[in-house]
Design a protein around this ligand. Structure first.
Ligand SMILES: [Fe+2]
Ligand SMILES: [Fe+2]
Length: 423
């Protein structure tokens, strides 16, 4: 090969033979870009390879390059997705949703159908998952045009992978997927002009939107088999009903004020799957582009979600989501870094009241490992509750599991202020 004719950065891209690429063609979607020797894109991620174009380009003297697999790129970029399967699921979903929108009801057959669609994904997940790279499904599904539907599919896939990675049984995985897939089904009973309205909603419109949770429950609760028996598992209905409940802010459907029960106790009474689905829902909303908002990068979205610990979501749930999915979603890279200022949360028993109290401290990340990125070595220097500078203490959170990171500070002004405290 004539080295002079190559201007692409070969430290980042490697040449790949046409015979290798031919193996990837067919009903598959690429999960990486294929570039020529000048760095121009020949095929983009999300496209299918075309043999004819490949041949033509090769005859014109085009060399093919793909990103080198390095630690920062991750192994997932090499994967190819079975397009036929995904396309079929997306098509079926679109048809089914149109029908439900027309009638305002979901039939037993439609419920079974969605069950089968998800079963197909779960089966392929079990068969293909070697690296956890199935997460690229999320990106691929987004390439389809069905904007209104893809959110549900995304949330379903996200919840499914989360539960799957926790080594749950197949039934549990399927239930999580199905619950995610159907969580916003109630939106089909909200006026389309409101759901698709750009910009802010009036209070009246907002009141209608929040009804999608109760409507979702009603739709799912009314699915019966031919003997009249209700068939949708309760947990799926509860996910539809409760996925917008929050820890410190009420969320919706609005809860009654219960003087005997703290907000936290009420939140923790929600089914596990409904709470975690709320985070999957938030993650997909943050990372999806809408006509009115640019998507957040994965890294930014994960930092944003971490900052919702003990606020919109419990610290347990946020850490569960991040621990299981954080690295895979961010292509193997930790989203926290050495030098980040963080807030730590821990519990201790008050000497006066004998009650458990929460302690908050500020620290700087000193050293972080990829696998244990949620438990770095930190230097603690400020007590937030007592508003007091501490003598700097170095703590390795891998061994001190009583302390957990609940905030990472983003604002430059705050970071400068903290830096002054540290000196
Ligand atoms: Fe929702
Ligand atoms: Fe949603």
């Amino acid at each position: 090969m004539d080295k002079e004719n190559i201007t692409i950065d070969t430290s980042r891209f490697q040449e790949i033979s046409i015979s290798y690429l031919k193996k990837l063609s067919g009903d598959k979607l690429l999960t990486f870009d294929v570039l020529d020797q000048n760095g121009n894109t020949v095929f983009s991620a999300g496209q299918a390879l075309n043999d004819e174009i490949l041949k033509k380009k090769s005859e014109e003297g085009v060399k093919f390059f793909i990103p080198r697999v390095t630690e920062t790129i991750g192994v997932y970029d090499r994967e190819i997705i079975d397009m036929k399967k995904l396309k079929a699921i997306a098509d079926d979903t679109a048809t089914m949703y149109t029908d439900i929108r027309k009638t305002g009801r979901m039939s037993y057959d439609q419920f079974l159908q969605s069950n089968n669609q998800l079963a197909a994904i779960v089966d392929s997940l079990r068969a293909e998952d070697k690296t956890g790279g199935v997460l690229s499904l999320l990106k691929e599904i987004k390439e389809f045009d069905f904007i209104t539907y893809t959110h549900s599919v995304n949330v379903g896939v996200l919840a499914m992978i989360l539960v799957y990675k926790e080594l749950s049984t197949g039934d549990k995985v399927k239930l999580a997927a199905l619950a995610g897939y159907l969580h916003d089904i109630g939106k089909l009973r909200v006026d389309q002009s409101i759901i698709q309205k750009p910009g802010l909603l009036s209070y009246e419109e907002y009141k209608k939107v929040i009804e999608h949770t109760r409507e979702g429950y009603r739709i799912l609760d009314s699915v019966v088999d031919f003997t009249g028996k209700k068939v949708v598992p309760n947990i799926i209905k509860y996910v539809a009903l409760f996925h917008h409940r929050k820890l410190q802010s009420p969320g919706y459907p609005f809860r009654e004020d219960d003087k005997d029960k703290s907000r936290e106790a009420q939140y923790n009474e929600l089914p596990d799957l409904a709470r975690i689905m709320g985070i999957c829902d938030m993650y997909d909303a943050l990372t999806t582009a809408t006509p009115f908002r640019m998507p957040m990068s994965v890294e930014k979205a994960l930092r944003y979600i971490l900052n919702l610990s003990n606020y919109l979501y419990s610290t347990d749930d946020v850490h569960r989501f991040i621990k299981v999915l954080g690295l895979s979603l961010n292509k193997g890279n930790p989203f926290l870094r050495t030098g980040d200022f963080v807030m730590l949360e821990s519990e201790k028993v008050s000497l006066d009241t004998r009650k458990k109290i929460r302690v908050y401290e500020i620290a700087r990340i000193e050293d972080i490992s990829r696998i244990n990125f949620l438990n770095p070595r930190v230097m603690i220097f400020y007590d937030v509750v007592r508003n007091k500078k501490l003598n700097n203490i170095t703590v390795d959170l891998r061994y001190d599991t009583s302390r957990r990171i609940v905030r990472v500070f983003e604002s430059t002004r705050i970071k400068e202020m903290l830096l002054r405290q540290l000196k």
